[in-house]
Design a binder for this molecule. Structure first.
Ligand code: ZN
Length: 231
């Protein structure tokens, strides 16, 4: 059976399992992750849509204060617009993933060649500015289909979703974000946050509340690749 047929088969199998076993961690196709259960109390913080010339740096300051690493899913055009912020993420030892060049989702206008170019253009921007090659892909809004799955897997990307959404993009108050996370946190979680905001940011304050409380509970913060065991 050809590689592509195998991928299509695993995609179909994943959706069948998703239908019959919606709570199963095995419900997603091969190479798609929304959490990764482990016995080592590992949790991954992820930040989408950056880099941003101000908020990304603020978040990095907090992570560095606690000596922890996060995973940043960059939008390619922001990487070229704010290369200094992108480089500081890379130099700090954080992981960088692909979030498309223009933050596009698959729909009737964005399919096939458009999505392929979005992935490639973002990858080129990340490589050019940070000298790293992303191995993780997060589809904008977590919106993916079989075509995007196949495209990403053909380029050896792992597709990373999340299982805790902080809703920080909606300016959710920091206390509310922290409470939401602290009520749900379990070993293996992938937590969704954002480092690009157009009008104020509660993410940094939420991190200042969440991180010490989770460390006190014995959790360890790792990058997504470390969580998945691929690094
Ligand atoms: Zn996004």
């Amino acid at each position: 059976m050809k590689k592509r047929q195998l991928r299509n088969l695993s995609f179909l199998l994943g959706f069948c399992l998703l239908f019959f076993f919606p709570c199963s961690v095995w419900a997603l196709p091969v190479g798609v992750h929304h959490r990764h259960v482990n016995s080592a109390n590992k949790i991954a913080l992820t930040f989408d849509d950056g880099p941003h010339p101000h908020y990304t740096l603020e978040i990095l300051d907090v992570l560095e204060e606690y000596g922890i690493h996060g995973t940043f899913f960059f939008v390619g055009e922001n990487v070229l617009n704010y290369p200094d912020a992108a480089r500081r993420v890379a130099q700090g030892g954080h992981e960088i993933g692909n979030h498309t060049y223009h933050h596009v989702c698959p729909d009737k206008n964005n399919c096939g060649a458009v999505l392929r170019e979005e992935l490639a253009q973002c990858e080129r921007a990340i490589q050019q500015v940070t000298d790293t090659s992303p191995k993780l892909f997060r589809p904008p809004q977590g919106n993916w289909n079989e075509e995007l799955y196949t495209l990403a897997r053909e380029q050896d990307y792992d597709i990373v979703l999340w299982n805790i959404d902080t809703l920080d993009w909606a300016h959710t108050p920091a206390e509310q974000i922290a409470e939401h996370v602290l009520q749900r946190a379990q070993s293996g979680d992938i937590i969704l946050m954002h480092d690009y905001h157009s009008n104020g940011c509660t993410t940094t304050d939420a991190l200042r509340q969440m991180i010490p409380a989770l460390l006190e509970r014995g959790f360890h913060f790792v990058t997504v690749s470390e969580l998945l065991g691929t690094k």
